[in-house]
Write a protein of this length. Structure first.
Length: 69
C-alpha cells in the first residue's frame, strides 16, 4: 500500500522537500528543535522529524526539522 501511495504521489507531481544537510528555509521547513554544535554550520538542518511535500511551487506539508546553531 505504501508503494502504491508513493507511485500515486509521483504521478501527481508531488515531491519530498529536501532536509538533512540543507540550509533552513522557513518557506519549506518548520524548525521545532535547535541544537548548538560545532560540527554543523549556521542554520543547517541536522535531522528530519517529519517529511514535507511540495507540488510545483506549492507546499502541501512543511517538513518538521531540527536545526543547528
Amino acid at each position: 500500500i505504501r508503494k502504491q501511495m508513493l507511485d500515486i504521489m509521483v504521478s501527481l507531481g508531488v515531491k519530498e522537500i529536501p532536509t538533512v544537510g540543507e540550509t533552513f528555509n522557513p518557506e519549506y521547513h518548520d524548525a521545532v528543535m535547535h541544537i548548538e554544535s560545532e560540527d554543523y554550520g549556521e542554520q543547517v538542518i541536522v535531522e528530519e522529524l517529519r517529511k514535507g511535500y511540495i507540488r510545483e511551487d506549492r507546499v502541501i506539508r512543511h517538513a518538521m526539522v531540527k536545526v543547528a546553531n
